[in-house]
Design a protein around this ligand. Structure first.
Ligand SMILES: Cc1ncc(COP(=O)(O)O)c(C=O)c1O
Length: 393
């Protein structure tokens, strides 16, 4: 098998059969001509493959699906219009009323919202087992165990090998959101999980100019997902967006190396700064999940969170003082981004829940971009100086 960087470029990509175009063209069409009455009938009877309608499948989108399936070590993949559409499609396809969905919280807020506020309206039972002992993760009605690793925003690490083993032992479908790590750093299916989901919006695109999602797993499961979660629900990826994802994935390996270089340097710098109470980065030996991360990640990713001594006021001065980091949600862009979860993405949560999740008033999440790490550290340094001056005055 060829190596990751090579596969990211070549798998699924082939010169366009009609024109020879080297780069996969955007097949911007909603429908496809059958060519004849008989062929149309054969295609609808499932006797002949071929494209029918872009909601169900499209040649540009298909190349992205083939590439992602390969990079995740899966048999197949299905692309969606967003990460949330992908996650919702997984739940709608593989769960039914009365089933329990157990998740290792805290998860990305949108995913928790889908599970705890939307899916429960359809008779699904949902249980956060993130702080429960492993023996309590799976109950008699549990049909799906859902994990995110590293988690958003506090970069907790969950043991994928344990999740995969428990899922197999109990016949429970296991799902990993691999958005933060990407298949370049972690391949959850290698640890025995059943499905991988992504917000492709983040590192897979890498350029912050498109929204999308993708799910990878066994061929049979992907067929079911394509029928129920895509064809019937309809959150299909646009071919124009697939073109951008294909372009992004070509450089995924190079970008992830640069993100990791930057995040490692930034985390080491912050860990020694007196204004910083705590740094959350799985690559630091003092991180509680470091050993597990070392087993399941090839490097430790581009996300770093820090807790400032001065609480929310220090966070405000720090964030307003940053010049290279843009204050914005999302992550995985080539440019560095910074957020204050307590006043933005996690603002709606009761303060005690926020605290339990580690979303303290002084917590800042950094998505470290691919700028020269020395410039990023200089930027952090001047912003931290402002924090120290403001605390003194
Ligand atoms: C870990 C994770 N999963 C899923 C999503 C949702 O993806 P999207 O915004 O593409 O719908 C996000 C978005 O921030 C995320 O961070």
């Amino acid at each position: 098998m060829k190596r990751f960087r090579t596969r990211a470029l070549h798998v699924g990509s082939r010169p366009d059969p009609t024109t020879g175009a080297h780069v996969t063209p955007v097949y911007r069409t909603s429908t496809f001509a059958y060519g004849s009455f008989d062929r149309g009938a054969r295609m609808f009877a499932g006797e002949e493959p071929g494209y029918v309608y872009t909601r169900i499948g499209n040649p540009t989108v298909r190349v992205f699906e083939e590439k992602l399936a390969d990079l995740e070590g899966a048999e197949d993949a299905v692309a969606f219009s967003s990460g949330m559409a992908a996650i919702a499609a997984v739940a709608l396809t593989f769960l039914k009323p009365g089933d329990e969905l157990a998740f290792l919280g805290p998860l990305y807020g949108g995913t928790e919202g889908l599970f705890l506020e939307t899916l429960v309206r359809f008779g699904l039972k949902v249980r956060d087992v993130g702080d429960r002992p492993e023996s309590e993760w799976i109950g008699p009605e549990t049909r799906m165990l859902y994990v995110e690793t590293p988690t958003n925003p506090t970069l907790r690490i969950h043991d994928l090998e344990r999740v995969g083993a428990l899922g197999r032992e109990h016949g429970v479908l296991t799902v990993a959101d691999n958005t933060f790590a990407t298949p370049y750093l972690t391949r959850p299916l290698e640890f025995g999980l059943d499905l991988v989901v992504h917000s492709a919006t983040k590192y897979l695109s890498g350029h912050g100019d498109v929204i999308g999602g993708v799910v990878a797993g066994r061929a049979e499961a992907m067929e079911e997902l394509r029928m129920h979660g895509l064809r019937h629900v309809g959150g299909a990826m646009s071919p124009a967006d697939a073109f951008l994802f294909l372009r992004g994935v070509k450089t995924l390996a190079l970008r992830m190396e640069a993100h990791c270089d930057g995040a490692e340097a930034v985390a080491a710098y912050l860990a020694n700064h007196p204004a910083v109470a705590r740094v959350h980065y799985p690559g630091l030996p003092q991180h509680p999940g470091h050993e597990i991360a070392a087993r399941q990640m090839d490097r430790y990713g581009g996300m770093v969170a820090l807790e400032l001594h001065g609480g929310q006021e220090a966070a405000r001065v720090f964030l307003d003082g940053l010049e290279l980091f843009t204050q914005a949600v999302s992550l995985g862009d080539v440019e560095s981004l910074a957020t204050h979860p307590a006043s933005t993405t996690h603002e709606l949560l009761p303060p005690e829940v926020r605290e339990r999740q580690g979303v303290t008033p002084g917590l800042v999440r950094l998505s470290v971009g691919i700028e020269d790490p020395r410039d990023l550290i200089e930027d952090l340094e001047q912003a931290l100086e402002r924090v120290e001056r403001s605390l003194v005055s």
